[in-house]
Design a protein around this ligand. Structure first.
Ligand code: MTE
Ligand code: MO
Length: 234
């Protein structure tokens, strides 16, 4: 591997020093080759946004960014849908598979600076699961609850977008445990810490409840195209 094709976390930590705590595991990431990077400089998405958001570098493979894992066994999967809804319910893995399944391709953007383009997944649209619970008129935010108390939140309007999923398959294989298997959220248009791994609950709330990283110096809005990496108050 050529040295220019390595993206070191140290660069990110140097920028972040004193401002935020370290996010994810330390590591060195293999970036896409120089020719591909050049091609991507001016590439746009169909919606007109830059394919690679500012300050991001495309990498070759998804990284395991750590976190305290839940059980990777589908038999242990339980998803509680609750909060500001008329019909709370709990799903097991079979119940999730009973929803219409969809293949989707998206780009994901980690706040530490790497972007993985064209990742292919299979799962259930988040909106399908939320709508089954019939959110009340007070539903304003979705708190995604994961193993060991990890949470993250997004506006309900973001959660209902057609590119937001609960995913169980990545690149044609069951989602690996380290990447959140058996089931994780995928919220492509926010930094990747909004994509909770090892999901256990979907709590719909009327008032926002900033999550694990959002209360540790990271942006609550987390828009990669606006480079909303850190919270303003920190
Ligand atoms: N439950 C849980 N989900 C999580 C995290 C975590 O620590 N715990 N880390 C987040 C962060 S910071 C990132 S960048 C992505 C990393 O996903 P990956 O390990 O599959 O690359 O997961 C997000 N989801
Ligand atoms: Mo991250």
């Amino acid at each position: 591997m050529k040295e220019e094709n390595l993206l070191s976390r140290r660069v990110f930590l140097a920028v972040a020093a004193g401002t935020v705590v370290s996010i994810g595991l330390p590591g060195v990431f293999a970036t896409v080759g120089a020719a591909r990077q050049q091609e991507l400089v001016e590439a746009l998405r169909p919606d007109g946004r830059l394919r690679v958001p500012p300050g991001q570098t495309a990498i070759e493979h998804i990284e395991d960014m750590g976190g305290k894992p839940g059980s990777p066994q589908p038999e242990d999967f339980k998803l509680r849908v609750h909060g500001e809804v008329e019909q709370p319910f709990t799903l097991d893995y079979e119940g999730l598979m009973a929803f219409a399944q969809q293949d989707f391709t998206c780009d994901v953007h980690c706040v530490t600076g790497w972007s993985l383009l064209d990742s292919t997944w299979r799962g259930v649209p988040m909106a399908a699961v939320l709508n089954q619970a019939r959110p009340s008129s007070d539903a304003k935010f979705l708190v995604i609850e994961a193993a060991h108390g990890y949470t993250t939140s997004i506006p309900i309007a973001e959660a209902m977008k057609s590119n937001v999923f609960l995913a169980h398959t990545l690149f044609g294989s069951p989602l690996p445990g380290p990447n959140g298997g058996p089931v994780r959220a995928v919220v492509p248009d926010r930094y990747f810490y909004k994509s909770a791994k090892w999901v256990q609950g979907l709590k719909i709330v009327s008032k926002d409840e900033p999550g694990f990283w959002e209360t540790r110096g990271y942006s609550n809005s987390a828009d990669p195209w606006k480079e909303e990496r850190y919270s303003r108050s920190s």
